[in-house]
Design a protein around this ligand. Structure first.
Ligand code: HEC
Length: 115
């Protein structure tokens, strides 16, 4: 009995130690970032931010250059297509129904670089 309890406690400690620090850190950083341009910031806040600052959505977090590197390597045209058509857990147009290609491109560059 005692042994089994210890294993459970140990497992809980190990799990909380691995998951949190980096994830929460990244989320906090991503939440602190916003596009310098006011119009872009407003689009970002109403469309992209709700997912791209929450690790549990499976999205690459804003400003997380390591997560964005393999995405950016696909090239901007592929990324634009994937935003417009939807991709994995991301809905078509990233929920911005009135965004144009230039705005999507600026949003992608902002999220990938954090600036
Ligand atoms: C409902 C949640 C959600 C919203 C809103 C959202 N995204 Fe995403 N996005 C995701 C998820 C989840 C992924 C990862 C999909 C995958 O790799 O399976 C992703 C991936 C991406 C990618 C990488 C695609 C690729 O080919 O690797 C880009 C670019 C992107 N999002 C841009 C945006 C932009 C721009 C907005 C706002 C206009 C936005 N997203 C809004 C959830 C969202």
């Amino acid at each position: 009995m005692f042994v089994r309890m210890s294993v459970v406690v140990l497992l809980a400690l190990v799990l909380s130690a691995c998951g949190d620090a980096s994830t929460v850190g990244n989320e906090a950083v991503s939440r602190s970032l916003k596009p310098a341009d006011a119009e872009l910031a407003s689009i970002y806040n109403r469309s992209c931010r709700s997912c791209h600052t929450v690790a549990g959505t499976g999205s690459p977090l804003t400003g997380d250059k390591i997560a964005w590197a393999p995405r950016m390597a696909k090239g901007i045209n592929t990324l634009l297509d994937n935003v417009v058509n939807g991709y994995g857990g991301m809905p078509p147009l990233g929920l911005c129904m009135d965004c144009d290609a230039d705005q999507f491109e600026a949003l992608i560059v902002f999220m990938a670089t954090g600036q």
